[in-house]
Design a protein around this ligand. Structure first.
Ligand code: PLP
Length: 402
């Protein structure tokens, strides 16, 4: 049976929730992926901002192999030394004092939402449980997080929304302030919207959110699942605005491909989460912790963030050129570091067509709302890979122009 047949929705036993490309990737090496026919692709989506160190990074492979022969799982009934170590490392260089490990982004989001409500509960304000969110947000696919983001595309057909979220326009401080009531517990935002089309919040807006939260006694909580873990050239996206949140959720880049997430908070914000009120069976298990510690071994090295910023500005310069040369195909690019959205010109073409044309030239990217093509390469890319990506994008654009 060829892969084409295996993957056809009507012959697959996998639920039909994705419109997948026909290729099946079977092997990865650094910034390259190989399909069943050994065709090589330059990976500029990195498993959707996950494989920050590329594929089969030797240090990650070695660490996981070693851990696999020692211990996989014990549950959180016992202390997990690698978990203690990772939490110490994540809090040493951030606003946070406490970390809770999860298996995915959405599980981290659910935990952080619970943290915000519980904080006010133990503070003697059980009436404060609503969270202000913004339009265009994406926080995951659980019932609470689809309700939080309030994107009609994701809530339709799933019954009444989970109550407790007040969705306001993104970027408008006045509207957000006027949505604050006696019942508001927190403000939740992605410092840079990912699925929403790589829309960065501006610095003044983020600072204004901090001020509003302080003024009204709210928690400021960030979804850094996509923009965290060095993706933007700083360890956390909010660091660009020079403000401190009360809690953040992260995942994607944290394990370099191993499923792991976390939410972390200040001691104060985390005070409601005491033994018995929240938990997870798999979260923070030794295998996941080994993987995430190995990722940090690399991303915490001197010069790593500088490298990300340097190659990012090189890529951004190339994109200026690309947009200027092919204005019928591209309107602009936006984003920060290696979290970039290249906008296809909606007058002439849909992003998915451009993504396909890039793939035909051997370059893998991923779409987002607002006719955006996301460029989320591994953070270890070098200028030569960017030149290769540029050549592919330029060639694809020329063909699309016909
Ligand atoms: C991917 C993503 C999520 C959901 O993470 P999963 O691991 O898919 O559950 C939530 N928020 C943001 C910003 C994301 O990019």
């Amino acid at each position: 049976m060829s892969s084409q047949e295996t993957l056809a929705p009507e012959t697959s036993a996998v639920m039909n929730t994705y419109a997948r490309f026909p290729e099946a990737m079977v092997r990865g090496e650094g910034v390259y992926l190989f399909d069943e026919k050994e065709r090589r692709f330059l990976d500029f989506y990195a498993g959707i901002a996950v494989n920050g160190l590329g594929h089969c990074h030797p240090h990650l492979v070695k660490t996981l192999q070693d851990q696999a022969t020692k211990l996989w799982h014990v549950s959180n009934l016992y202390h997990i030394p690698e978990q203690e170590r990772l939490a110490k490392r994540l809090t040493a260089n951030s606003f946070a004092d406490r970390v809770f490990f999860t298996n995915s982004g959405v599980e981290a989001m659910e935990g952080m939402i619970k943290l915000a409500r519980r904080y006010h509960y133990v503070d003697g304000n059980p009436n404060k449980w609503r969270i202000i969110t913004v339009q265009g947000a994406f926080h995951g696919r659980s019932l609470a997080t689809i309700s939080a983001a309030a994107n009609p595309k994701y809530v339709e057909g799933f019954g009444p929304a989970v109550d407790g979220f007040d969705n306001v326009p993104f970027g408008n401080l006045n509207e957000l302030r006027s949505a604050i009531t006696e019942e508001t517990a927190a403000i939740l935002i992605e410092p840079i919207q990912g699925e929403g089309g790589i829309r960065p919040a501006n610095m003044e807006y983020l600072k204004g959110l901090r001020e509003a939260a302080d003024e009204f006694g709210l928690l400021l909580i960030f979804d850094e699942i996509q923009c965290g873990n060095a993706r933007t050239g700083k360890m956390w996206g909010h660091e660009w605005a020079d403000i401190k949140p009360d809690a953040i959720a992260t995942a994607k880049g944290l394990g370099g491909g191993f499923p792991v997430g976390c939410f972390m908070a200040t001691e104060e914000a985390a005070k409601g989460l005491v033994p018995g009120v929240h938990g997870t069976t798999y979260g923070g298990n030794p295998l996941a912790m080994a993987a995430a510690n190995a990722v940090l071994d690399v991303t915490e090295k001197d010069g790593f963030l500088d490298h990300v910023q340097e190659v990012a500005s090189y890529l951004q310069g190339k994109l200026d050129q690309l947009v200027a040369d092919h204005s019928s195909i591209f309107t602009s690019w936006r984003g920060a570091g290696l979290m970039i959205g290249l906008q296809a010109n909606a007058e002439n073409i849909e992003a998915i067509k451009v993504i396909s044309a890039f793939k035909d030239e051997g370059l893998l990217t991923v779409g987002a709302a607002d006719n955006i093509i996301r460029l989320l390469p591994p953070l270890i890319i070098e200028k030569e890979h960017i030149d290769e990506a540029y050549a592919a994008m330029d060639a694809a654009a020329k063909k699309l122009e016909g």
